[in-house]
Design a protein around this ligand. Structure first.
Ligand SMILES: Cc1ncc(COP(=O)(O)O)c(C=O)c1O
Length: 450
């Protein structure tokens, strides 16, 4: 690493987050990147990494798409009105119209914000205002964001620890259990039921085909709003524009973020029905009852428009469906003989490889020893090996450490998919021999404890 880069990393470790730098270094993933394009990341020391994480589904159009960059440069060159907070931001209207037409159903109004969590906070407020109820329901293993309201919808102890008390009157029920949902909603106290149509951090969990339609029907019957968190699954990630479209549901509110601005500018969008919107913006006196300084800023709106243009022009939804099916077919062929591979599942280019504990004693002993050090240990070693030995960036799911996620940009090629599958197979094969994979894991465990 050159001296100037070392200084940048040191400043980050000193002033931003030393623990993150330590963790990356421990996993041998603390490299400096020079340039990123499409699916490829180039390091300053000349390595090429293939990105199969996409910043948790931010980079659907690929890194630094030239059309999005050019739209942003044009926007800056205009020196137009930005964040006057006293005019009608026209680009926001254009983007909102396009989003509603792609989303369809009852979604007819949009509130823009700057992050997924802020989108969830917005949905909480609008749902409460519309129903006059205060309680909020969500699912076990969900991920909705880390601001206090969004965090209140999650039951992961890792995320909640030390931050309470969170919002009262929140509850989580098993994902996919319509009977349990019915029983909860019958109390008629819930303003909204928040659900990811396909749970991403929960382990790429896809519900039974009729679950979400049943959920929609139950929500209507009991006067609760259905909120689809499509922060990871939206923007053609799973094939259609929304994962909700797979299941034929029409949510009252949909939250989009991450990929909406081509991975270049923060933005989120809360799409909702007209009656829900009217509950907050009910008169001109209430026209600013919910607002946010950076909402509707020209750069985010322009990036959103350019990103949607690329996604549609390049048929990236169709490509996600085709390449995703290819990826799962190839992974299934390559991994079916390995006892620790339980299932390969997904939709579009959101795929999970579910691992399980080995049966063979020679593997079971080290596996259990590492699980005791940290439940994420096994998955992190797979991630580390893929990165270090094969130049592939991926991660395990935040709320299920036994699931390796594969979510490349939607521009991924068959050849890159082939490289990924071959690398995963080699690492999985290593994990099935009581050799270097496990001795390396032991070294990592020792360093982690130290
Ligand atoms: C499904 C889902 N919802 C909400 C969020 C929160 O988004 P943000 O990190 O932009 O606040 C995330 C973030 O990963 C997410 O995956």
């Amino acid at each position: 690493m050159q001296t100037s880069e070392r200084r940048v990393t040191d400043a980050y470790a000193e002033y931003v987050n030393p623990q993150w730098v330590k963790l990356l270094s421990l996993l041998e993933m603390n490299v400096s990147y020079d340039r990123c394009a499409g699916v490829e990341l180039f390091t300053v020391d000349g390595r090429r990494i293939l990105d199969f994480l996409s910043g948790y589904c931010v980079h659907n159009t690929g890194h630094n798409h030239p059309a999005v960059i050019s739209a942003l440069k044009d926007e800056l060159d205009k020196s137009g009105p930005v964040m006057l907070q006293s005019n009608v931001p026209e680009l926001a209207g254009e983007l909102a119209q396009l989003l509603c037409s792609l989303a369809g159903g009852r979604l007819a109004r949009v509130f823009f914000a700057s992050s997924g969590s802020e989108g969830i906070e917005t949905a909480i407020k609008f749902a409460r205002a519309h129903t006059g109820r205060t309680a909020l329901l969500s699912c076990d293993r969900a991920f909705h964001g880390l601001t206090c309201g969004a965090l209140s919808l999650m039951n992961g102890e890792y995320w909640r620890k030390g931050f309470g008390p969170l919002l009262p009157e929140t509850a989580q029920i098993p994902f996919g259990d319509a009977a349990r949902l019915d029983a909860e909603l019958a109390s008629r106290k819930y303003a909204a039921f928040f659900v990811e149509p396909i749970q991403a951090e929960g382990g790429i969990r896809i519900p039974q085909n009729d679950y979400l339609r049943a959920a929609e029907e139950l929500c209507r019957r009991h006067g609760t709003l259905l909120v689809a968190d499509e922060v990871q699954t939206g923007m053609f990630r799973t094939g259609p524009f929304l994962a909700s479209h797979h299941f034929g549901i029409e949510p009252d509110i949909v939250v989009l973020a991450k990929a909406l601005s081509g991975g270049l500018v923060p933005v989120s969008a809360v799409l909702m029905s007209e009656p829900v919107h009217r509950s907050v913006f009910s008169s001109f006196k209430r026209s600013l009852a919910h607002a946010s300084t950076f909402s509707e800023n020209n750069l985010s709106m322009r990036a959103g428009l350019a990103t949607l243009d690329v996604l549609q022009e390049e048929n990236l939804g169709e490509r996600a469906s085709e390449r995703g099916a290819e990826l799962r077919r190839k992974l299934t062929d390559a991994l079916s003989g390995y006892e620790m591979v339980k299932e390969i599942r997904g939709a579009g280019l959101l795929t999970g490889i579910q691992f399980k504990a080995p049966d063979r004693m020679a593997l079971r002993l080290p596996f259990e020893a590492f699980a005791k050090v940290h439940p994420a240990m096994f998955g992190q070693i797979i991630v580390m090996r893929l990165f270090r030995d094969f130049g592939l960036l991926t991660q395990i799911c935040g709320n299920d450490f036994m699931v390796l996620k594969a979510a490349p940009p939607l521009v991924v090629t068959s050849e890159q998919i082939g490289q990924f599958v071959s690398a995963v197979e080699q690492v999985v094969a290593m994990a099935h021999h009581p050799g270097s994979f496990w001795s390396e894991a032991l070294g990592l465990a020792r360093r982690a404890i130290a």
